[in-house]
Design a protein around this ligand. Structure first.
Ligand SMILES: Cc1cc2nc3c(=O)[nH]c(=O)nc-3n(C[C@H](O)[C@H](O)[C@H](O)COP(=O)(O)O)c2cc1C
Length: 172
């Protein structure tokens, strides 16, 4: 591609809003009856596609519900939303927030996977009126805070694990 073609392509991308970063956060219910619905499969597909499409984000799952935040170029996020709405592995999709952002929140991951576990189930109580994780009972603010907190906790755990690993290597 020569310089003129490249500049034309960039201009056409701009006209489609490729330069605008959008973050979309939604919740949905897991369809346990779908034969292709294993979460590991959904996650692998998301990670592979997102890396290719320049999408970053986080997926929270707890057996009944999904909570996902995706960020990337506006037309790309809209295209993914169309696919997500048609995907029968989940249902009752509700958009929690959709907004333009100046910079990405998730820069290291194509799709971060977070699970509300026994250790952090107190978080559900912190951000809602129930000890059960049910994003349909939570406000947009509570949902965004929950995602942020889960992500910080996980990053801390990973840091601790990698420090432990490093010292073990130093001894051997
Ligand atoms: C809860 C859930 C989250 C998903 N997240 C993503 C995602 O982040 N990126 C993605 O490309 N597909 C995701 N998918 C899959 C899409 O709905 C769709 O099947 C896929 O994008 C189609 O990809 P293809 O056009 O390459 O076949 C998700 C599906 C579910 C049920």
């Amino acid at each position: 591609m020569d310089v003129a073609e490249l500049s034309e392509k960039n201009q056409s991308n701009m006209l489609h809003g490729e330069h605008i970063i959008t973050r979309l956060t939604y919740i949905s219910r897991y369809n346990k009856d779908n034969p292709n619905g294993e979460v590991t499969r959904i996650l692998a597909q998301a990670q592979q596609n997102n890396e290719h499409n320049g999408i970053t984000g986080a997926l929270v799952f707890n057996h009944n519900y999904f909570l996902q935040s995706i960020e990337g170029a506006r037309p790309v996020i809209n295209e993914l939303l169309r696919k997500l709405v048609k995907d029968e592995r989940h249902f009752s999709l509700q958009i929690i927030e959709c907004r333009e952002i100046e910079q990405r929140h998730w820069n290291k991951w194509s799709m971060k996977y977070l699970i509300p576990s026994d250790e952090n189930k107190g978080l559900a109580l912190k951000f809602s009126t129930s000890t059960q994780f049910n994003p349909y009972l939570m406000s947009a603010n509570q949902i965004m805070m929950l995602i942020d907190t889960l992500s910080e906790l996980q990053e801390q755990e990973e840091k601790e694990a990698s420090t432990k690993k490093k010292s073990w290597f130093a001894i051997s």
